[in-house]
Design a protein around this ligand. Structure first.
Ligand code: 5GP
Length: 113
């Protein structure tokens, strides 16, 4: 699937749709999901244009994969959900429920951040 730069997360990353980032560094931004499915539901979104996890693993170098995954754990720590526990969900493909065709990691916890 070719990357479609009209997707909503690309627009958020370009600042065309306002969004409150709770975390940002060279690799990712993170913000609350607009339709939370748990008491804490945050999305960690890589800045570079990857459609999904398969695309990421085919194109990103080991350094970027390391930093993006480290950032998922950093955001979970910032949300203070590590002790309570959290899930990381990555939907790959429309058949799995991927709605936005830009790679993102859901952080879900039953503890309110
Ligand atoms: P997917 O189904 O692609 O894995 O997850 C996409 C997620 O993005 C959904 O949980 C949906 O609620 C969230 N979402 C869609 N549009 C927006 C938006 O404009 N802002 C925010 N914050 N979340 C969005």
């Amino acid at each position: 699937m070719a990357y479609d730069s009209d997707n909503v997360f690309a627009k958020i990353l370009r600042g065309e749709i306002p969004s409150d980032f709770i975390y940002e560094d060279a690799y990712v931004v993170a913000f609350y999901d607009i339709r939370p499915k748990a008491p804490t539901h945050v999305l960690v979104v890589p800045k570079k244009a990857y459609t999904d996890l398969n695309d990421f693993m085919q194109k990103a170098d080991a350094d970027e994969v390391y930093h993006v995954m480290q950032d998922v754990t950093k955001v979970a720590a910032q949300l203070d959900v590590v002790k309570a526990g959290y899930r990381v969900v990555v939907n790959v493909g429309a058949g799995a429920g991927q709605e936005v065709p830009h790679l993102h990691f859901h952080i879900l916890s039953n503890k309110e951040a």
